[in-house]
Write a protein that binds this ligand. Structure first.
Ligand code: ADP
Ligand code: MG
Length: 212
């Protein structure tokens, strides 16, 4: 067994079977370097290009920890745009295919509030959204993060470029201190270092240049 086989990781059997049915056999370099720490519950900063497989690197961590019987928000993933949030939600649902009754909800700006409010009243395990809209739902008390265990910043550099820093800071105030924080980015400007210093604890740094 090679160390880049998913089966070398301490994953639930259902997740492993599903990965192989999806044709995911070998981890990509960023997955191989980040997943051991992600699964150990550590904070991780992972830098890698588009297409390097960053979504599965955090999706497997949050799905391994998720308690589907507890119908509360356990994970929040922030993305810069609605398109990216939709892609991430789709990939999480794909990897979670064998977990029954799992609810992944997207909360993005530029869409009507009504359906999102209705969905939040119904509940979710995983929220994927854009910072402004997520902050709005938190301020109005519609989204409760008391049981959050994993917080993910995806494409953090783009979120900062788009001016979401203050929304991210506001959102963090609603999250429990005892949580895992994962930060994914294509680049690592000083602004990212400063946000990481504020919201992460002893993060492991992973940097991968190539995609394969
Ligand atoms: P990134 O977020 O780094 O840009 P994605 O997470 O969107 O990359 O992954 C890019 C593509 O690679 C997706 O279509 C995903 O389904 C696929 N993929 C990810 N990990 C693997 C893997 N280990 N084996 C095969 N395909 C994978
Ligand atoms: Mg991505």
């Amino acid at each position: 067994m090679s160390t880049t086989d998913f089966s070398s990781l301490p994953l639930k059997p259902g997740l492993l079977e599903n990965l192989s049915s999806l044709g995911y056999e070998q981890m990509t370099p960023i997955q191989a370097q980040s997943l051991p720490d992600v699964l150990a519950g550590k904070d991780v900063i992972a830098q890698g290009k588009t297409g390097s497989g960053k979504t599965a690197a955090f999706a497997l961590g949050l799905l391994q920890r998720l308690n589907v019987k507890r119908f509360r928000v356990q994970t929040l993933v922030l993305c810069p745009t609605r398109e990216l949030a939709d892609q991430v939600a789709k990939e999480i649902r794909k990897i979670a295919r064998q977990i029954h009754n799992i609810k992944v909800l997207t909360l993005c700006g530029g869409l009507p509030m009504g359906p999102q409010i209705g969905s939040l009243e119904h509940g979710a395990h995983i929220i994927v959204g854009t910072p402004g809209r997520v902050e709005d739902h938190l301020l109005k008390g519609r989204l409760i993060l008391d049981e959050l265990n994993t917080f993910v910043l995806d494409e953090a550099d783009r979120m900062l470029e788009m001016g979401f820093q203050s929304a991210i800071d506001a959102i963090i105030d609603y999250a429990p201190k005892d949580r895992q924080t994962l930060l994914f980015s294509a680049t690592f400007p000083t602004q990212i270092k400063s946000i990481a210093d504020r919201i992460m604890v002893n993060p492991t740094m992973v940097k991968v240049e190539s995609t394969h």
